[in-house]
Write a protein that binds this ligand. Structure first.
Ligand SMILES: [Zn+2]
Length: 388
C-alpha cells in the first residue's frame, strides 16, 4: 500500500546537527569520550531527526546521518586503512599549495573544518559501514527506510591521494576494486536487514562536469590529476554497475547535486543535467535523486529524451535558504517534471541535506522541518489531483 502511494516524500543528506552533537563528535575524535558515550548522545539526535521527519510527513525516512562527521568521512571509523585528514593537512601534499588555498578561499570552503578519509593502507571493513545506523533507524520507525552511502566513485576519488595512498594502492583503479567490494558487501547486508532504499551519493560528478580546471573543489582529493571528464564519468558508471550488479530486492538511487557546503549560491557549481544524463541513465539504479529547486540546476527540457527511463527524486526545496517554499510553487515545479515522468515515478525531496558538514550546517532544524511540511502540503495536493 505505502509503496504505491503517489509522490512519496524522502530526504537527502544529513539533518541539521545540534551544537551538543557537534561537540560530542569533536570530543570523541579527541578521545575525550568513548564511542559508546558518543552513540548514547547521537541516539538522541537520531531520534529527534526521525521524529522531525515523521511529524512533517516524510514517507521514506533516514536517521539524519547524525552520527557522521560528513556524508562520506564517517567510513574512516568503519574501514581500517583509512585516515581522516583535514583539507588543511592535505595542503602539505599538494603540488601547488598557494593556488589551492586561493581556490578554497574563493569557494568559501573552510579547509580546517572539512575532512576527507584517505586510504593509507589496504582497506578492510570492520563489520559494516551503516548497519548500526540502520538497526537503530529500523527499531525506531515503522515507515520505509533509506540509507545513504557514499558512492563508489566519490569514495575512490576522494580517498586516493598521491603520496599517501600509492604504497597500498599504486593506482585509483586498484583502490576502486576494494571500494566496490566493501560497498557490495554493505548493500547485501542492508538488504538482508530489510532496508527499502539505498542511495549512493555522488556529488563529485557535478565537479567533473561543471567545475573548470581551476575549480578543483575539496570534494575531489585527486587534485592536479584531473582526467578527461568523459573518462571520469565512464569510470563512475562502471564502478556503480560493478557495485550493484546482480543485486535485487532493494531500491537503488544515485544522488547528484552541485555542492552544499555554503549558503552563498554564487560559489556553488551551476549547469543543467544534460551532460550528466547519458551517464546517469546507464547506471543500473532505479532512481535519480536530483537537486532541482535551485535555479543552478538549469532547465528541465534536458529530460525530454529520457522520458520515464528511470524514477526521479525531484529536489523541490532549497536546504540553504531561510525562506520556506510555497507549496503551490512546489506543485508547479513538479508539474514541469510531469511532462517527462509519470506520477508513479516521482519522489519528492529537498535538494540536498540541511547539515552536510558537521560544523557548517546550512540550516536550522526548525526551518528544515517547515520546508518538509511544505513538501507534504504539495504532495497532498498532487495526490488529490493525480490519484486514481
Ligand atoms: Zn547533495
Amino acid at each position: 500500500m505505502a509503496q504505491r502511494m503517489l509522490f512519496p516524500i524522502s530526504v537527502v543528506g544529513s539533518w541539521s546537527r545540534p551544537p551538543w552533537l557537534v561537540q560530542a563528535l569533536r570530543r570523541r575524535q579527541a578521545g575525550e569520550i568513548s564511542s559508546a558515550e558518543f552513540h548514547r548522545i547521537a541516539d538522541d539526535a537520531a531520534l529527534a531527526a526521525i521524529k522531525y521527519q515523521e511529524d512533517a510527513g516524510v514517507d521514506i525516512v533516514t536517521d539524519g546521518e547524525v552520527r557522521r562527521d560528513n556524508f562520506y568521512s564517517f567510513v574512516v571509523e568503519k574501514i581500517s586503512g583509512m585516515k581522516l585528514m583535514k583539507v588543511s593537512e592535505l595542503l602539505d601534499y599538494m603540488k601547488d599549495r598557494a593556488a589551492f588555498e586561493e581556490i578554497l578561499r574563493a569557494l568559501d570552503v573552510p579547509a580546517f573544518a572539512i575532512k576527507s578519509p584517505i586510504a593509507v593502507a589496504k582497506l578492510r571493513a570492520r563489520g559494516g559501514l551503516t548497519l548500526d545506523e540502520f538497526d537503530f533507524l529500523k527499531e525506531h520507525t515503522a515507515r520505509q527506510t533509506k540509507i545513504p552511502l557514499p558512492g563508489p566513485y566519490l569514495l575512490t576519488r576522494s580517498s586516493w591521494f598521491e603520496g599517501l595512498s600509492d604504497t597500498a594502492y599504486p593506482t585509483r583503479e586498484d583502490l576502486a576494486t576494494d571500494v566496490v567490494q566493501i560497498l557490495r558487501d554493505e548493500v547485501v547486508a542492508l538488504r538482508a536487514r530489510g532496508v527499502d532504499f539505498i542511495q549512493f551519493d555522488e556529488p563529485s560528478l557535478s565537479q567533473v562536469v561543471y567545475g573548470d580546471e581551476a575549480e578543483q573543489t575539496f570534494m575531489c582529493a585527486a587534485l592536479g590529476s584531473r582526467r578527461d571528464p568523459s573518462d571520469e564519468l565512464e569510470f563512475a558508471v562502471e564502478l556503480m554497475n560493478r557495485t550493484v550488479e546482480g543485486i535485487s530486492g532493494v531500491k537503488f538511487g544515485v544522488h547528484v547535486c552541485r555542492g552544499n557546503w555554503s549558503r552563498k549560491e554564487e560559489v556553488l557549481l551551476r549547469g543543467n543535467y544534460g551532460p550528466l544524463l547519458p551517464y546517469l541513465m546507464r547506471m543500473q539504479v532505479d532512481q535519480l535523486v536530483l537537486e532541482m529547486a535551485t535555479p543552478r540546476a538549469g532547465e528541465l527540457e534536458v529530460f525530454k529524451e529520457y522520458r520515464n527511463e528511470k524514477e526521479i527524486g525531484v529536489g523541490v526545496v532549497n536546504p540553504r535558504t531561510d525562506e520556506v517554499e510555497d507549496p503551490h510553487a512546489i506543485v508547479q515545479r513538479v508539474k514541469e517534471m510531469l511532462r517527462f515522468f509519470d506520477p508513479e515515478r516521482i519522489t519528492l525531496n529537498p535538494d540536498c541535506g540541511f547539515g552536510t558538514f558537521a560544523e557548517r550546517c546550512v540550516n536550522t532544524p526548525e526551518i528544515a522541518y517547515r520546508k518538509l511540511k511544505a513538501i507534504r502540503a504539495a504532495a497532498e495536493s498532487l495526490r488529490r489531483e493525480y490519484g486514481h
